[in-house]
Design a protein around this ligand. Structure first.
Ligand code: HEM
Length: 457
């Protein structure tokens, strides 16, 4: 349910921001808003709330923990996902990430029990096994001194894990047709969403034809998985849990259409975000050998050469600190979008109804006075003592409030196993390019591949 359309009301007072052109306003600035360098410049120049206008639409970008917290937590009832997610709806329909209102509340209640820390431990052995299989494959690279492209490895690992969790099928290992189609649409959709001038999909362009053909493969695969789930309801998969979920009041299951939207959503939300975080993690670890050694020491001490279990996660405290710091520097969803239903006020400025609100976790994670020397990679920022002194709102890689990431426990567990197991077995060194720039297209994506050499410990 999209309660907000374009903003039309004219506010009496607007926050500072760059001046725009007649008619199109700040269209050019809005187009470059996915550049974090540009966001940092806007923030430094104009302050914690910046105003842009594109056509009739007012856009407010919020950079401070306080303002972002206002939208995500304090006054969250006034905010919906709105038009900022229209591009993603082409792929995921009305799944949990893109739905609003009663549909979202209903679906969140149904799905939440499958993602509690206790519930996701059922995937622990599978995550460890798939990670181990990857590391065994890496042995040959280490022995021969052949460089490895980390981005591809991490995408393959997380696709394998989410595929197994959802359907009990490994989509990553064999790089199946559907795996390719998923990768391809994940490349296409975010770029389209970030581009306000994207041509309509009805135009017969090669990229549009490719998208349609990829979607046919994905739809056929998911329809078959759902049919199989109905035939064999006792599988140990997320799909089986979703099939079993019943509305508390009516006792009704989800419709197949809603199931399809939730399945694609979980894929979309869970696969690339985690892969990017792991890749950026290896990038930072390779550039900071002292942190990598401390991580390896902890993993070797806690695991003593055996496979990790859920109970080890409590002892892998430095591993968790590394993950937290990676997600601070490179929050996969560096920008989030909302629309306000009714008028609001932020930082003393009136916000007319149906404005577009952009939240910048990337900048919140660098907020002065909270994060000193913010570009420095320092996992000790996340020691229990240091973390206790910080406002919670200053760290939001999984967002906050009722729409906090449903899969955060899943992702944290998957990442802890990957970092601990790989660091215990290999030392990772960058080959060639040491500076890797990024762009934010849905997630925070590296613009060059991360090539590494592995050294067996
Ligand atoms: C490092 C990995 C991940 C990060 C950083 C991350 C981050 C986020 C963020 C910031 C949101 C809020 C988006 C918004 O408000 O617009 C979100 C929502 C969501 N995430 Fe994640 N995510 C990760 C992994 C996962 C995984 C592995 C899954 C599932 C298996 C998942 C499922 C979801 C779902 C279903 C939502 C929508 C929740 C709702 O609106 O009720 N995420 N995620």
């Amino acid at each position: 349910m999209n309660q907000a359309a374009n903003s039309t009301a004219e506010p009496e007072l607007v926050p500072p921001g760059p001046s725009g052109l007649p008619v199109v306003g700040n269209l050019l600035q809005a187009r470059s808003s996915s550049s974090m360098q540009r966001q940092m410049e806007l923030w430094r120049t104009y302050g914690d709330i910046v105003h842009l206008k594109v056509g009739p639409m007012h856009i407010y970008t919020l950079y401070s923990p306080e303002y972002v917290n206002h939208v995500l937590v304090k006054n969250q009832k006034n905010y919906i996902k709105g038009i900022g997610y229209d591009g993603f709806r082409l792929l995921v329909g009305q799944g949990l990430v893109t739905s609003d209102g009663d549909l979202w509340r209903h679906q969140r209640r149904l799905m939440q029990p499958s993602f509690t820390p206790a519930a996701i431990t059922q995937f622990s052995t599978m995550m460890v096994d798939l990670t181990h299989r990857m590391l065994v494959r890496w042995d040959a690279f280490a022995e021969q001194g052949t460089p490895l492209v980390m981005d591809a490895e991490m995408l393959r690992l997380t696709m394998s894990i989410i595929g197994q969790a959802m359907f009990g099928i490994d989509l990553g290992e064999e790089l199946t047709e559907v795996g390719h189609a998923l990768e391809s649409v994940f490349g296409f959709i975010p770029g389209r969403t970030a581009n306000p001038l994207a041509p309509p999909l009805s135009l017969p362009l090669p990229a549009h034809r490719q998208f349609r053909s990829d979607m046919q493969i994905i739809e056929a695969f998911i329809a078959e998985r759902i049919a199989d789930g109905h035939r064999n309801p006792d599988q140990n998969t997320l799909l089986a849990l979703l099939l079993q979920a019943r509305d508390e009041e009516t006792g009704q299951p989800m419709s197949d259409k809603q199931l399809r939207d939730e399945v694609v959503t979980l894929f979309f939300a869970g696969f690339e975000t985690t892969a990017r975080s792991l890749t950026w993690g290896w990038y930072l670890l390779a550039k900071h050998p002292e942190v990598q050694e401390r991580l390896a020491d902890e993993a070797q001490q806690v695991l003593g050469g055996r496979h990790p279990q859920v109970s080890d996660l409590f002892a892998l405290t430095y591993t968790r600190q590394v993950i937290d710091e990676v997600l601070r520097i490179y929050p996969p969803t560096a920008l989030l979008a909302r629309q306000n239903i009714n008028a609001d006020e932020i930082g003393g400025y009136p916000i007319p109804p149906k404005s577009m609100i952009v939240l910048a976790p990337y900048c919140v994670h660098r907020y002065p006075g909270i994060w000193s020397d913010p570009e420095r990679f320092d996992p000790d920022r996340f020691s229990a003592e240091a973390a206790a002194e910080r406002p919670k709102a200053a760290y939001i890689p999984f967002a906050a409030g009722p729409r906090v990431c449903l899969g955060n426990n899943f992702a944290l567990q998957e990442m802890a196993y990957a970092f601990a197991m790989a660091a215990a077995r290999f030392r990772v060194e960058i080959v060639g390019e040491r500076e890797i720039p990024f762009e934010v297209v849905g997630t925070i994506r590296p613009l060059k591949p991360l090539r590494v050499r592995l050294h067996k410990r």
